[in-house]
Design a protein around this ligand. Sequence first.
Ligand code: ZN
Length: 353
Amino acid sequence: MATPLPIDLDALKAFLIGLLNIPSPTGFTDRAIDYVDRAFSGLSLEAHRTPKGALVVEWAGRPGVGARAPRALTAHVDTLGAMVKEVKENGRLKLTKIGGFAWNTVEGEGCTVYTASGEAVRGVLLVTKASGHIFAGETESMKRDDDGMEVRLDVRSNSGKETRALGVAVGDFVAFDPRVEAGPAGFIRSRHLDDKAGVACVYGAAKALLDAGEMPAQRTTYLFSHYEEVGHGAAAGIPADVVELLAVDMAAVGQGQASDEFSANICVKDSGGPYHLGMRHRLVELAEAAAIPYRLDIYPYYGSDGEAYWRAGGDVRVGLVGPGVDASHNYERTHEESLKATAQLVAEYIRTV
Ligand SMILES: [Zn+2]
């Protein structure tokens, strides 16, 4: 039986917590991309940006194996978020969503509005009839839709004019607070573990190979995409000669799901149909050979950057693996055991011919 490479879990978690604390709704990801770039530079792996702004790390394969079957891995740094749709006459903000989520999952959450001049204005997302002393039952029963939600900024403003005078305008990005908490039991609770946990697993796998003095079996390209939540993240950025793409993205944990927060979860089918059977078999073989806990699962409402590349015409075998995330696109949670297992399986994939 093969021994999986040791994962530096402290480094993986520190990387993850740092990334979680950087706001990065789709379209506003430069700081997150910079952070990942610096982390890979710290591993002495050179990165470059695509014209679209994604981060690409190229890692040479082992001599003798070389360019026979180049591979790529992808994970995304962008997250759910919102944008200012309208500065309302009461001085508050109507939002439009970025990505797919329900408003009630961020109701009452602190948020930051990023203005064109670079100011960060704090506030909170509330229903428009928020006060229980004024609206009583209406607060509970009102519909959580674009018209029923608004941002109350922590500024002195009672009019659209006063809010606009602060530089807040239509098109400003809005990031919801991640509220990261890593407790002694090994759970990590935060928004946006989708897919920052996946990015951290890719980082942890790369560090594991380097710590062990190893190289990838094949030339391997890492693509850190930044438009996944809106469907076209990895549509571009993968070298044309790549024959396999492993997407590393969260696994949906919850009622009826086989995935959990303690394993490497291999997705066999999602909304886009089945993943490549050969890739699935290989991931299972690698997990079994190295005694890495794994699960096979199906996600009913889910798409990935692997499928984005397929739809863009990518002629590659695609697989998907990821850490288990409970209450995804909500206030999420995972466990360090799942991060470790996923990083180990990714490392086995990279180092095995
Ligand atoms: Zn994702």
